[in-house]
Design a protein around this ligand. Structure first.
Ligand SMILES: C[S@@+](CC[C@H](N)C(=O)[O-])C[C@H]1O[C@@H](n2cnc3c(N)ncnc32)[C@H](O)[C@@H]1O
Length: 243
């Protein structure tokens, strides 16, 4: 694993977030809201899983990007509480350190630098869902062992998924940091080619390009406030037979 310079920052609700140091020595974008990483994750992304509660069988979920794995941990909680629905989770993450750390901790049961961070998130998710953290931990291992947690590298126009998704956690960094993930062409291609009904997409951001791509592809936009100081976020649904 390449050495990587990063800082763990405790956010307003006590849950951890992370930012990387750039070669110039500045810290980059924090992965979550300073007001609360897990509170933001639950507010923005839990609706994607709530939309799958009635789904029977295997639902494909896309997570961009893996980061500290908050959304993957929510997926494990969802499976424990909704045994009728299994998830196949495709998580994209450009930073090898984050991919390797998550896999080492949850798939191979090894110590990593981020173990206390993962434990903090497991404990908080456990408190929120009234589930023992050890059960959530075991469930992530089970999902890995089934082959249903697939961790991939960078997502971009040349490395796009082939699968179609029922749920999308669009948790990329902002368009300042990763402009390629927020172009109308990229968003439109992803939504047109990689969704299947029913589908729910959520993100902390609200951009005209994303809204246009969703509407063009038959999604219904739910008016939704943003988390903390953000005015708006985006939650969009396409139900069965709605196209
Ligand atoms: C806002 S953070 C995601 C936080 C994450 N969902 C969590 O639960 O901690 C954005 C993540 O996207 C990753 N990323 C940046 N560009 C990417 C790309 N092109 N493809 C995949 N991941 C990318 C970053 O390294 C970072 O981990």
């Amino acid at each position: 694993m390449n050495q990587i310079d990063y800082k763990i920052q405790v956010t307003g609700d006590g849950s951890p977030s992370l930012c990387f140091k750039s070669p110039s020595g500045d810290y980059g974008e924090l992965m979550h809201s300073r007001d609360g990483a897990i509170t933001e994750t639950l507010f923005i992304y839990q609706p994607v899983l709530d939309a799958l509660k009635e789904f029977k069988g295997m639902a494909n979920v896309l997570s961009i990007g893996l980061g500290l794995g908050y959304n993957e941990i929510l997926c494990a909680c969802f499976e424990l509480q909704n045994p009728n629905c299994q998830l196949r989770i495709f998580s994209y993450e450009s930073v090898e350190f984050l991919r390797t750390s998550f896999q080492s901790r949850f798939q191979e049961n090894q110590d990593t630098e981020l173990n206390s961070v993962y434990q903090n998130i497991l404990d908080r998710a456990g408190e929120h869902f009234s589930l023992p953290a050890t059960k959530i931990d075991d469930q992530i291992k089970k999902i890995f062992n089934r082959g249903d947690l697939i961790i991939r590298g960078s997502l971009n126009q040349n490395a796009r998924p082939q699968e179609k998704f029922n749920g999308i956690f669009y948790d990329a960094f902002s368009s300042n940091t990763t402009p390629e993930l927020w172009t109308e062409e990229f968003l439109n291609d992803l939504i047109e080619l990689n969704t299947q009904d029913p589908c729910c997409l959520s993100t902390y951001a609200a951009t005209g390009k994303l809204k246009r791509a969703l509407l063009k592809n038959g999604f219904h936009l739910e008016k939704r406030e943003g988390f903390a100081n953000k005015r708006e976020s985006t939650l969009a649904h396409r139900f069965l037979d709605q196209k």
